[in-house]
Design a protein around this ligand. Sequence first.
Ligand SMILES: Nc1ncnc2c1ncn2[C@@H]1O[C@H](COP(=O)(O)OP(=O)(O)OP(=O)(O)O)[C@@H](O)[C@H]1O
Ligand SMILES: [Mg+2]
Length: 212
Amino acid sequence: MCIRDSVCANYIDTTLEPPFVALVVSGGHTQIMHFESYRRASIIGQTLDDASGEAYDKVARLLGLGYPGGPAVDKAAAKGNPRAFHFPEGVVSGSDFSFSGLKTAVLRTVENLKGAELPVEDLAASFQDAVNRVLFRKTIAVARSKGVSKVVLAGGVAANSDLRKRFESLADIEFFRPAPALCTDNAVMVAAAAFYSGEPVPLSVSAYSRQR
Ligand SMILES: Nc1ncnc2c1ncn2[C@@H]1O[C@H](COP(=O)(O)OP(=O)(O)OP(=O)(O)O)[C@@H](O)[C@H]1O
Ligand SMILES: [Mg+2]
């Protein structure tokens, strides 16, 4: 299996070949990975606490936007001002991330606004800006330090329209991202992962579910 099946969604209908740097942002992961080949990849940085998707989901709940929170925050943020509130990026050096402080900052702001009508769109836009700003900056820094000219987005948060726009704005880096419908878990990415990363498996092989 691919080291990260969500990354393999980027091999579908594209010319992508390693080496590249991947930002994997999902419900359970936030990692910057360096893919030297189809089967050789290393983790350069990762979250020390919450995954980015988890932060999106928790903040969405806080703002009364429901689950899954990522798409709802994305939609609300499009109508908000990302500079309305200043939320911290998290004080982690190097290529790692931390999102628990940001989540707490949104919580405190919401608590302080109790009684007044919540400016949901501005809060969503300011939170999204803080998350995406640091994801973008650290991923690009890794790509440049590794001398890699291709960057790949993967995982559910890769569907985020603001995050995609940031990477699309670069002139010197070729940017790959799956179609939005292929960002969250799906059978196509798993098939691509099997194709590119594993030994050929006969069709007679048995399938086992991890579900008990
Ligand atoms: N447009 C969006 N903007 C931000 N986040 C999004 C968007 N669309 C989906 N997400 C987030 O993506 C996450 C789900 O992604 P995915 O299905 O890749 O995660 P997972 O499979 O649960 O996690 P993992 O693979 O790490 O175990 C959810 O947290 C969801 O809120
Ligand atoms: Mg997954």
